[in-house]
Design a protein around this ligand. Structure first.
Ligand code: BES
Ligand code: MN
Ligand code: ZN
Length: 505
């Protein structure tokens, strides 16, 4: 395993007040005195929680924490975490609070912690709270240490987390959701770890090898196309981008068969650009190292495929990850070059740094033509412009089909992977006309709206298939710590796709 997160997690019925533990975690809503099992824990601890709130030292505001050392009771420490107002509690707030708590327990140096499931006695159901708690604790404790050789033994790891529920009946209700939350969060951390790998390790061949492992574990079909095969198929757009690099390109395909004959197929496409230097249209050197994360769309797609069978998805799924580097080697494609895409359409290259849309063009038309899917969803770190439009708190959704966009938005609300829809104005197509080829890969300077232009370009390659494009350039990676999104790769899209596919049928 190339990353760490809370290792053992157990959901069980019982009373936290009776648990011998290094840290007892209690989530408290704002302005409410402890009641029920929280009150029992307070009594067992000699009333220390009531005294802390009477002193005004703990209010229960979202993600507020307080560590107490009770003189009585079985817990060595009490860790109070704020959940905010009970009436406003939801899965996302529980996710965040569980992340805050698990990380704090870990940073205190504890190996074992025990919590009372957050949100008992609020409108949030036990299954919903259970899934959110598991996700938050696992996502919040993600740390990537693969390439650190010094002081490895000083890395703090939470070995074991117990989550208590009041009785066996509620346990039986919440257990499947808790387990699902674990799987989804593990898959998200896996996608994060793929993104954390540097470009010299996470090459197209490396991603292909990961896909083969996933296929074996989840019983999926797996096809890896090399350059010769892509040439034979006519994937000139992907191969054009790959020309400037010595690292061989790969086109990765995974197929999940749900077992139902009449089931529709949903296609997922993820941009797997393992390093984007910009090609001959080379990027400035400042922060260029960040462009190792240009494969986060591909990582999200591989992430969800790594649990697709466990999620009991009721539709067939085909996943495609076109993967290459974009470098300015001597053989590199150049501005003015015309590439013949898999679809047959010709593309004039006007900017070698607009390479994501080129590799996606071949992938989109390949899945549209070969798999006749009911819908295609692509995820890509496609444009810097999306950061200008929406910032880092949500990704852009652009679609040629309102019903599909609605489904994706619904999955976004449930999963917590935030989206905001942008239009694909028809007029943008005029700005993508080329004097020499069918289309060009960037819009005229006057067009503006770089994220919309990117989607408008892609729309040429999906025929009439319902299609949704998610631009994750602003959400895939951020240098700011948030509760369940520690700084670095977010794994954006794994939770969204898991929700979308699970609820498809
Ligand atoms: N991979 C980049 C987009 C990107 C930018 C991802 C910032 C993450 C953070 C993409 O290949 C790219 O270079 N896009 C260009 C498009 C332009 C040349 C039309 C961009 O956004 O500048
Ligand atoms: Mn680029
Ligand atoms: Zn790129």
């Amino acid at each position: 395993m190339s990353y760490e997160a809370v290792r053992g997690r157990v959901l069980l019925a019982g009373n936290l007040a009776g648990a011998e533990t290094e840290v007892a975690i209690l989530g408290l809503t704002e302005g409410d005195p402890p009641s029920g099992l929280s009150l029992e824990l307070d009594r067992a601890s000699g009333g220390v929680i009531a005294r802390a709130s009477a002193a005004g030292d703990f209010k229960g505001e979202p993600n507020e924490t307080l560590v107490l050392y009770p003189a009585e009771g079985k817990a060595r420490r009490l860790l109070l975490v704020g959940l905010g107002k009970a009436a406003q509690l939801n899965a996302e707030k529980i996710r965040a609070a569980a992340a805050t708590a698990a990380r704090r327990a870990r940073d205190l140096g504890a190996k074992k912690a025990a919590a009372l499931l957050f949100g008992q006695g609020t409108p949030v159901s036990a299954p919903e709270a259970g899934q959110a708690f598991a996700e938050g604790a696992i996502l919040g404790t993600y740390q990537y240490i693969e390439y650190k050789t010094k002081d490895r033994d000083k890395v703090k790891i939470l070995e074991h987390l117990e989550v208590y529920l009041p009785d066996e009946k509620i346990l039986a209700e919440a257990a499947p959701a808790f387990a699902r939350g674990e799987r989804i969060a593990d898959a998200t951390n896996y996608a994060r770890s793929l993104a954390s790998h540097p470009g010299n390790h996470a090459t197209p061949s490396f991603l292909a090898a990961e896909a083969e492992k996933i296929a074996l574990a989840q019983k999926l079909g797996c096809t890896i196309l090399d350059a010769a095969k892509m040439k034979e198929l006519g994937m000139g757009a992907l191969l054009g981008v790959a020309q400037g690099s010595h690292e061989p390109a790969r086109f990765i395909l995974l197929e999940y068969d749900c077992g139902r004959k009449d089931a529709p197929t949903v296609a997922l496409v993820g941009k797997g650009l393992t390093f984007d230097a910009g090609g001959i249209s080379i990027k400035p050197s400042a922060k260029m190292e960040e462009m190792k994360y240009d494969m986060c769309g591909g990582a999200a797609v591989l992430g969800v495929m790594s649990i697709i069978r466990d999620l009991e998805v009721g539709v067939n799924v085909v996943a495609a990850v076109p993967s290459t580097e974009n470098l300015p080697g001597g053989g590199a494609y150049k501005p003015g070059d015309i590439l013949r895409s898999f679809s047959g359409k010709t593309i004039e290259v006007q900017n070698c740094d607009a390479e994501g849309r080129l590799i996606l063009a071949d992938a989109l038309s390949y899945v549209a033509q070969k798999h006749k899917p009911a819908a295609i969803i692509d995820l890509a770190t496609l444009t810097g412009a999306v950061v200008i439009a929406l910032g880092h708190y949500g990704a852009a959704l652009l679609a040629n089909d309102d019903a599909l966009a609605g489904r994706v938005e619904e999955a976004s609300r449930r999963s917590g992977d935030r989206l905001w829809r942008l239009p694909i104005w028809e007029e943008m197509g005029d700005h993508l006309k080329s004097d020499f080829a069918d289309v060009k890969n960037i819009a005229d300077g006057s067009a503006g709206g770089g994220t919309i232009a990117g989607a408008a370009f892609l729309s040429n390659f999906v025929d009439s298939t319902p299609w949704a494009h998610i631009d994750i350039a602003g959400t895939a990676w951020w240098e700011k710590d948030r509760p369940h999104l520690p700084k670095g790769p977010s794994g954006f899209g794994v939770r969204l796709l898991a929700e979308l596919l699970r609820s498809w049928a």
